[in-house]
Write a protein that binds this ligand. Structure first.
Ligand code: PLP
Length: 399
C-alpha cells in the first residue's frame, strides 16, 4: 500500500512549500462541546472561544441536543440512501417546509452542506445561453459552483456597483442574468449592498442569488438574513444557506426560492441526486434551532448587543475593526507576523482567536478575526478586549 517514491517526494516538497510560505494550517484539538468556553487538548480548560460561527450559541443548546437525540432514536442513524431512492423521511419534508416558511419563500431543498448547495445550483439553472455575474470575493464554494456551469461568467469588483452595472450591460446579450453574492462576507464582516444590487437587477432584468451562511438566523429584525436587514426579501430570488453555523451548527445546507426552481433542483442537482440524505440527528438539530428562532428574536438581539459592546470597546481602545454591525469583527493589523504572534499570545491568556493573512486575505491586510456569539457574557467580551489591549501594547499594535 505504499506510493511511488517520486510521488512521495512531490507531496513532501509541496508540503514543505506550504510550511515555507507560512500558510500551514494546523488544527487545535477541542476536547469539550463547542461553546463560549472550551477545553483544548494540552491547553487546559476555561479557554474563551472567539472563533466559531456559533453566532447564536445553539451548537450546544440543551433543547437542540434533546431534539437531535429524539430524532436519532425515532428515525435511526441514517438513511443509507439518497433522497429519491428511499432516503426521504417525514422530518426532511417538515424541515424543508420550515426553512421555506422562515425565509418566506415558496419551497426549499436540503443538501449535506451549503458547499453542496452552491455546487448544485448554477449548473442546474444556467446553460451556455445564460450569464452569471459574481462578486470577486465570493466564497470558494460559489466560485466552484460557477466553475461547474457552462454559463458566460462575469466577475465584478467587490461590492462595486459601477462595475456590476457595466458587466450587466455587457451581459444583456444573454438569455438570463444571475447576480451571485455573499449576503455577508466572512473575511471582512461587510454586508453586500443588496438594495443597490436589486435595483440594478431590476433595471437590467437579472435575478439575484445570495449566500446567507453568515447571516441566516441573526441579521435583520427577525434574524431572517441580509435581505430582511436591507428590506429586499421580495426582490432576492434564490437563497442558499447553511445549517452548520447559527442554526445549530451540526451540518447541512439548503436552497430556498421559487417552487419550480426547487423542483428542478430535485431532478437535476448533482450533489442532491448523488449524495446521502441528511442524518435524522442533524435534521433534528436544525429543526429545533428554527423553532427557537421563530418563537422569539431575543437570542439574535442579545448577539447584536454583544457585538456592539465588543466593537465599541475595541474602537475606543484604539483598534480598527472592519465591517459594520456584524458579529464577524476583524481586528485589522496589517502585518502577517504581527497577526500570528498576537493570536498566539491571546491564547496564552486563554483567549482563542485566529489570525488570517495572505493568501486568505490580501497582502498587507492581515487581521485577527473575532466572532461574537449570543452566549458570550459581557464579562467574556470585556476579558477579550482587555487581553487585546495588553497584547496590542506589548507587540506595538497600540501606542
Ligand atoms: N458559503 C459561505 C459564505 C461559507 O462561509 C461557508 C462555510 O464556510 C459555506 C458556504 C459552506 O457551508 P457548509 O459548511 O454548510 O458547507
Amino acid at each position: 500500500g505504499g506510493i511511488p517514491a517520486q510521488l512521495r517526494r512531490r507531496l513532501e516538497s509541496e508540503l514543505e512549500d506550504i510550511r515555507g510560505a507560512g500558510t500551514w494550517k494546523s488544527e487545535r484539538i477541542i476536547s469539550s462541546r463547542q461553546g463560549p468556553h472550551l477545553r483544548l487538548e494540552g491547553g487546559g480548560a476555561g479557554i474563551l472561544n472567539f472563533c466559531a460561527n456559533n453566532y447564536l450559541g445553539l451548537s450546544s443548546h440543551p433543547e437542540v441536543i434533546r431534539a437531535s437525540v429524539e430524532a436519532l432514536e425515532k428515525f435511526g442513524a441514517g438513511l443509507s440512501s439518497v433522497r429519491f431512492i428511499c432516503g426521504t423521511q417525514s422530518i426532511h419534508k417538515d424541515l424543508e417546509k420550515k426553512i421555506a416558511r422562515f425565509h418566506q419563500r415558496e419551497d426549499a431543498i436540503l443538501y449535506a452542506s451549503c458547499f453542496d448547495a452552491n455546487a448544485g445550483i448554477f449548473e442546474a439553472l444556467l446553460t451556455p445561453e445564460d450569464a452569471v455575474l459574481s462578486d470577486e470575493l465570493n466564497h470558494a464554494s460559489i466560485i466552484d459552483g460557477i466553475r461547474l456551469c457552462k454559463a458566460n461568467k462575469y466577475r465584478y469588483k467587490h461590492m462595486d456597483m459601477q462595475d456590476l452595472e457595466a458587466k450587466l450591460q455587457d451581459a444583456q446579450k444573454h438569455r438570463l442574468r444571475l447576480v451571485a453574492t455573499d449576503g455577508a462576507f466572512s473575511m471582512d464582516g461587510d454586508i453586500a449592498p443588496l438594495r443597490e444590487i436589486c435595483q440594478l437587477a431590476q433595471k437590467y432584468d437579472a435575478l439575484v442569488f445570495i449566500d446567507e451562511c453568515h447571516a441566516t438566523g441573526f441579521l435583520g429584525p427577525n434574524g431572517r438574513g441580509t435581505d430582511e436587514l436591507l428590506g429586499v426579501m421580495d426582490k432576492v430570488t434564490i437563497i442558499n444557506s447553511t445549517l452548520g453555523k447559527a442554526l445549530g451548527g451540526a451540518a447541512g445546507g439548503y436552497t430556498t426560492g421559487p417552487k419550480p426552481l426547487i423542483d428542478l433542483l430535485r431532478q437535476r442537482s448533482r450533489p442532491y441526486l448523488f449524495s446521502n440524505s441528511l442524518p435524522p440527528a442533524v435534521v433534528g438539530c436544525a429543526s429545533k434551532a428554527l423553532d427557537l428562532l421563530m418563537e422569539s428574536n431575543a437570542i439574535a438581539q442579545s448577539m447584536a448587543a454583544k457585538t456592539q459592546r465588543f466593537r465599541s470597546k475595541m474602537t475606543a481602545a484604539g483598534f480598527t475593526i472592519s465591517g459594520k454591525d456584524h458579529p464577524i469583527c476583524p481586528v485589522m493589523l496589517g502585518d502577517a507576523r504581527l497577526a500570528a504572534v498576537m493570536a498566539e499570545d491571546m491564547l496564552n491568556r486563554g483567549i482563542y482567536v485566529i489570525g488570517f493573512s495572505y493568501p486568505v486575505v490580501p497582502k498587507g491586510k492581515a487581521r485577527i478575526r473575532v466572532q461574537i456569539s449570543a452566549v458570550h457574557s459581557d464579562e467574556d467580551i470585556d476579558r477579550c478586549v482587555d487581553a487585546f489591549t495588553e497584547v496590542g501594547r506589548k507587540h506595538g499594535a497600540l501606542p
